[in-house]
Write a protein that binds this ligand. Structure first.
Ligand code: IMP
Length: 426
């Protein structure tokens, strides 16, 4: 993917998350010098399968599995220090050496125990179906200018006073929710003081470090989490996450300039899934929904929740292509469709005799629309051994051609299994 023209590449999800970004980042990171996560936090679950083993990364960039690649958690991420060190320890136990090549932005905001408490207790979080990782409350504090950043750990007095005001606010909210739970200053400060030396050792001005690396020719991959339809501005608001998951968020969240992006790869499944509540226009009915969930093992990597499954929605992907400026698509999990006899491709939405081909921002409209499908013949042959486009059954090639046409974006990769080698590069 990287060449003399493409030195900074963004990888984003172009649906509702869980598109297989972890695998794509792992494959592309082979040619990268740096991989930077730019938003979200431990709500993400990026799965990478190597040599019969499966790694699930929540906060650490998926590039960490390549020994020569440097990885950074950018300023746009809300960082949970407790689970970060658990993740580091798991990697070390699995033989992955992270020392000297994992960095954290000193400007990243911290997810505190009280953010997780608030996420678990608020009715709004339950209605949205959040991952419960404290993401929304941490971003709320960031925007309200009440947050605690990694660099605050350098100043114990200041840290204590920030924690005190954060907890005063959190406890008022918990009381308003009718919760009997309360956050505690001493245990929070103790936790942070215990983790501070290790976290500060990883801390740096990532925007500056990566900009310097770019100047000296480094290949930089900016790894998005969640998906474009979960973006707080462009997604199915309020059923979204609390960050800008799209390519615009990549530059603010990594500390780079907008002009530094050379290419944007959108990752999509060959069908659609969503975990949590909110609109999913092409959602399948039973028993097909359970069948696709079983075939694709569609259970959340972070929460284990069953994912909702739907046909491929070209309205969604064309929209994602526009807002991200996609220069290519990676279509994943094609093999999951191998046994189905026919496949639906959504080309537009119908409402009151009218057809929409642009994704509506209004949830009331979105709830009322009926998808318009083009039906395509299934291939009913295995695709997991295909390594070139010519190896795929003709029906699968037609399906992919139609996706490319409807999404108005060229396909650059097709993934036909979880392993690194199960990929077709075009
Ligand atoms: P939060 O990010 O935990 O606040 O959750 C907000 C919404 O985003 C919920 O619908 C979650 O299910 C969804 N979400 C958050 N992270 C992911 C992810 O990594 N994959 C898929 N959905 C996610």
């Amino acid at each position: 993917m990287f060449d003399q023209h493409i030195r900074t590449l963004v990888v984003v999800g172009a649906q509702w998350g869980d598109e297989g970004k972890g695998k794509l980042v792992d494959v592309i990171a082979e040619g990268a010098d740096w991989v930077v996560r730019y938003q979200g936090g431990a709500n993400a679950g990026h799965t990478v399968a190597i040599g019969g083993r499966s790694f699930v990364l929540h906060q650490i960039p998926s590039g960490i599995l390549h020994p020569g690649v440097r990885c950074a958690i950018g300023n746009g991420v809300v960082l949970d220090p407790d689970t970060l060190f658990e993740e580091i320890e798991e990697l070390i136990a699995d033989g992955v050496d992270v020392s000297g090549r994992l960095y954290v932005s000193d400007r990243a905001h911290l997810v505190m125990p009280y953010h997780k408490l608030l996420d678990g207790e608020s009715a709004a979080s339950k209605q949205i179906g959040t991952t419960g990782r404290g993401i929304g409350p941490a971003y709320e504090d960031k925007v309200a200018r009440r947050g605690v950043r990694v660099l605050d750990l350098r100043h114990p007095e200041r840290l204590r006073s920030l924690v005190e005001s954060g907890i005063a606010h959190a406890n008022t909210q918990l009381a308003a929710f009718g919760s009997s739970q309360r956050a505690d200053v001493e245990s929070t400060v103790d936790l942070l003081e215990r983790l501070a030396p290790r976290l500060l050792e990883l801390a740096d001005d990532i925007g500056l470090v990566v900009s310097r690396a770019r100047k000296s020719g480094a290949a930089v991959l900016l790894e998005g989490a969640q998906g474009s339809l979960l973006d707080v501005d462009h997604g199915t608001y309020p059923f979204v996450t609390s960050s800008n998951t799209t390519s615009g968020g990549a530059v603010t969240g990594a500390g780079l300039a907008p002009t530094s992006i050379d290419a944007v790869l959108g990752v999509v499944k060959a069908y659609t899934t969503r975990v949590g509540n909110g609109p999913l226009p092409t959602e399948l009915d039973e028993p097909l929904a359970s069948e696709v969930r079983r075939l694709g093992n569609e259970y959340g990597a972070t929460t284990g929740r069953p994912r909702r499954c739907g046909w491929f929605d070209a309205v969604v992907v064309r929209y994602a292509s526009r807002i991200n400026g996609l220069t290519g698509l990676a279509v994943t999990k094609l093999d999951v469709l191998d046994t189905l006899d026919r496949l639906g491709l959504c080309t537009g939405y119908e409402l009151d005799g009218e057809t929409f081909t642009e994704f509506p921002g209004d949830l009331v409209t979105l709830d009322a629309v009926k998808p318009r499908y083009e039906w395509m013949e299934g291939w009913q042959k295995p695709t997991t051994e295909a390594r070139r486009m010519e190896d795929l059954p003709s029906q699968a090639r037609r399906y992919l051609d139609r996706i490319q046409e409807l999404a108005e974006t060229r396909i650059a990769y097709i993934s036909v299994g979880t392993r690194r080698d199960q990929i077709i590069g075009l």
